[in-house]
Design a protein around this ligand. Structure first.
Ligand SMILES: Nc1ncnc2c1ncn2[C@@H]1O[C@H](COP(=O)(O)OP(=O)(O)OP(=O)(O)O)[C@@H](O)[C@H]1O
Ligand SMILES: [Mg+2]
Length: 359
């Protein structure tokens, strides 16, 4: 065997995908693992630009060009690779700049990360989220008590004042106290005890769809894919509706930022077996997926998504998901998330109880 045949055989036996790109970012070589990753034979990859197969957000084109020009190499771990055919995976990527016969090349190595790391919900993150919520709740309590006093005093003062000009000031104090009180109440969350009863989950989801469709400012289609065999669930209807509405509303708001995309939200219900929720294994759960084809959750938010007051919206309070998580927690359920450009999927798991679990 010649040296070049040996090298090629070695490369083809690697489990790491290896690609060589030329200055125009066209593929000049792909080993077997790369062909498997791209689901294309060498003939269908050779001389095509890499961005014909993967999104530019997966491998930053400017960074690749810079690396090629400056002869710099880099590595990134847990990169979200989005293929233009809709597939998605997570991988560690190394880029090495090479020069050969006065030409620059990039050598790209892609190693798949075995298990896609779910954004939320492992026990460690759950504990941290609960601690953050407790902290915010404690603070909210501390603010709420004196706030009542401030508002009451301003009201008393207002009665004593005769000048309209001065009353304007007390008016501001009362108005701003009310605004703060509203925020504090949302931070504290619902303080009523859940009222559970047996409900058909699809009827509740239909109410959410109706509420979302009532908004005339968007033309996003909601596609239902329900499993009619799902039995009634033991729910607090209002809480469950609020939790799902918050998630569907987020999808609507994300899609509305991109009116050029034909916005679509899919609501899928299924039964799932042996689901582990905060360390407890439930034999039977309902799985409700809310999937949108929007821009995806910004990377910098992924680790803190369920924390209170995390938002990217000018008008947002960042409480929607934190509240949804608490409400689903009242149902002994959990919320998982997977998100990348073009797809965001929130999955709610609610255990199916055979009888009233409180009895
Ligand atoms: N489907 C989605 N697509 C893209 N980003 C999302 C999606 N859902 C949530 N996000 C991001 O997560 C952030 C937090 O959401 P959350 O519902 O907790 O708060 P909010 O929507 O910003 O404010 P609020 O719900 O209190 O009005 C959002 O600001 C948004 O950046
Ligand atoms: Mg929200």
């Amino acid at each position: 065997m010649t040296d070049s045949v040996i090298s090629e055989t070695l490369l083809d036996n690697l489990s790491t995908a290896v690609l060589q790109l030329n200055e125009k970012m066209h593929i000049r070589y792909a080993n077997h693992a790369a062909q498997a990753l791209f689901e294309r034979s060498l003939g269908l990859l050779m001389d095509y630009p890499i961005y014909q197969f993967i999104s530019t957000s997966s491998l930053d084109i400017e960074r690749l060009k810079h690396s090629m020009e400056q002869g710099e190499s880099f590595s990134d771990s847990e990169v979200e690779l989005t293929f233009l055919d809709g597939r998605h995976t997570q991988a560690d990527v190394s880029v090495t700049s090479m020069r050969e016969l006065n030409r620059s090349y990039l050598l790209i190595e892609i190693r798949l990360v075995e298990q896609q790391k779910k954004i939320s919900q492992d026990n460690h993150q759950w504990a941290q989220q609960q601690a953050a919520k407790e902290l915010v709740r404690g603070l909210a309590h501390e603010i709420k008590n004196p706030l009542g006093g401030i508002r009451g005093a301003a009201q008393l003062l207002e009665k004593e004042l005769h000048s309209e000009e001065l009353k304007e000031f007390t008016g501001v104090i009362i108005e701003q106290s009310d605004r703060l009180r509203n925020l504090v109440d949302r931070l504290l969350g619902p303080n009523i005890r859940p009222k559970f009863n047996w409900y058909n989950v699809h009827e509740v989801l239909e109410k959410v769809c109706t509420l979302v469709n009532l908004d005339p400012s968007h033309s996003i289609s909601i596609i239902r894919d329900y499993d009619p065999s799902i039995p009634d669930l033991y729910l607090d209807q209002d809480m469950f509706q609020q939790a799902t509405l918050n998630i569907v509303r987020n999808s609507v708001q994300a899609l509305m930022q991109y009116p050029e995309i034909k916005g679509e939200i899919r609501i899928v219900t299924r039964i799932d077996r042996r689901v582990i929720i905060h360390g407890v294994c439930f034999p039977l759960c309902v799985k409700i997926s809310i999937i949108d084809n929007g821009p995806g959750i910004p990377a910098e938010l992924k680790d803190t998504l369920f924390y209170p007051m995390v938002t990217t919206k000018a008008e947002g309070s960042g409480l929607g998901l934190s509240i949804s998580q608490t409400l689903i927690g009242h149902h002994r359920g959990k919320i998982d998330v997977e998100s990348w450009q073009g797809k965001t999927e929130f999955t709610l798991y609610i255990p199916i109880e055979r009888k009233d679990p409180e009895k």
